[in-house]
Write a protein that binds this ligand. Structure first.
Ligand code: PEP
Ligand code: CO
Length: 395
């Protein structure tokens, strides 16, 4: 098989090119027959929570892996999320809803469809739901049976999560995974995607005429959409019209990931539009994805100071427009990873414990530090009485 030729078509909507002879139909049927991963009542419960002015902590792995899907690893992630939500609640007095990038975050859009190492070109790693991270022909070849494995692994994670109050979410990227899990709703309303409570649409697939927004418009789950620096306020108008035409609180969230340099101006423009239109949509800050840099040694990393800078810019833009800061979106690990740097750019540090299958994640200390910062920024926001009332009147 010629992988370079194969990859040329991959860019189309970021759907995998399942190899000829592999049976994606069979995988879809298995997913369609499987018991739902999350219940309708769970999805509705999250939607109701998001309709309140609670703050949304939305965080977890960039890419989960089947290998790390152990009870201990999940427990560490959950206890970190709890420490963060406690830190935010204690400082700000605002109640926190926790949604993990967990129990199904197995699909990754990639900017480069092919990875070259030495003389060899292979498909990039698209997440465990598609192929394997190891750089071999065998592992990198997409295999639709991985869709079914991702479903089984998600069920396993959910069994570990049973006694925690964490809702689940992942990027709704693979339509061969999401559509078969979408079922008619018992109350006659729009169908629900039972693969997770909340689904988000990524920056690369949010075209208002693309199949992902089409899919999101059909289902009644809470939806989030990533918004990068290339988006205009008009793009928001289209997305709001398609995804939340009834302007219902709890239905739609915009996750801004602008990059620290332009974050304030770009977010300010977006929020002004939201206020002018009177939308009930929630706004979140993803200070990770616009701030990825490469170390002198060639390692993908992020600086905590830059993550902090974009987070602060988001809160300032909220303050200055009178919009309620709706949440924070972070990539983190429950393990002591060395993927993001706190002080200066240090390749020796990065080499210590860099285990991410995709983007660099915060370790527990860095994550709690940011949660504390968010708690404090929320306090200073609360000080803004009259604008807060203005914002509430827009909900
Ligand atoms: C992600 O959240 O891992 C991601 C790929 O983000 P974005 O769509 O914002 O690039
Ligand atoms: Co990521």
């Amino acid at each position: 098989m010629d992988f370079v030729e194969l990859s040329a078509t991959h860019k189309r909507d970021h759907q995998p090119d399942w190899p000829v002879g592999s049976d994606v139909g069979r995988a879809r049927s298995a997913l369609a027959r499987a018991a739902p991963l999350v219940s309708a009542s769970g999805i509705h419960r999250l939607r109701a929570r998001l309709a309140e002015p609670a703050f949304l902590l939305h965080a977890g792995d960039c890419a989960e892996t089947f290998r790390d899907n152990t009870r201990r690893s999940v427990a560490r992630r959950v206890s970190l999320l709890r420490a963060m939500s406690d830190a935010i609640e204690m400082r700000s007095g605002r109640s926190v809803v926790t949604v993990g990038r967990i129990a199904g975050q197995y699909a990754k859009p990639r900017s480069a469809p092919v990875e070259r190492r030495g003389g060899l070109s292979l498909p990039s790693y698209f997440g465990d739901a598609v192929n394997g991270a190891d750089f071999s022909v065998d592992r990198r070849t997409p295999d639709p049976r991985n869709l079914v494995r991702a479903h089984e692994q998600s069920r396993k994670t959910l069994s570990y999560l049973r006694r925690s109050d964490v809702f689940t979410s992942h990027e709704a990227l693979l339509l061969d995974y999401e559509r078969p899990q979408t079922r008619r709703s018992a109350d006659g309303g729009r169908p629900l995607d039972h693969s997770a409570h909340l689904l988000w649409i990524g920056e690369r697939t949010r075209s208002p005429t693309g199949p992902h927004i089409d899919f999101a418009a059909e289902i009644a789950n809470p939806i989030a959409v990533k918004i990068g620096p290339g988006a205009t306020p008009t793009a928001l108008i289209n997305l709001h019209a398609l995804l939340n035409p009834g302007n219902e609180p709890g239905r739609l969230a915009f996750i801004f990931r602008m990059g620290r340099r332009r974050a304030y101006d770009l977010i300010y423009a977006m929020l002004s539009r939201i206020v002018a239109e009177g939308w009930a949509d929630r706004v979140l800050c993803d200070p990770m994805h616009g701030n990825t840099v490469v170390s002198p040694g060639g390692v993908k990393t992020r600086l905590v100071a830059e993550i902090e800078e974009e987070t602060t810019a988001f809160f300032e833009a909220c303050n200055d427009t009178g919009v309620i800061p709706g949440g924070i979106h972070l990539e983190l690990s429950g393990d002591e990873v060395s993927e993001c740097v706190t002080t200066g750019m240090d390749d020796l540090y990065l080499a210590q414990n860099y285990t991410s299958a995709c983007d660099p994640r915060l370790n527990p200390d860095q994550a709690v530090y940011l949660a504390e910062l968010v708690g404090e920024l929320l306090v200073s926001h609360r000080g803004f009485g009259p604008r807060m009332e203005l914002a509430l009147s827009h909900r």
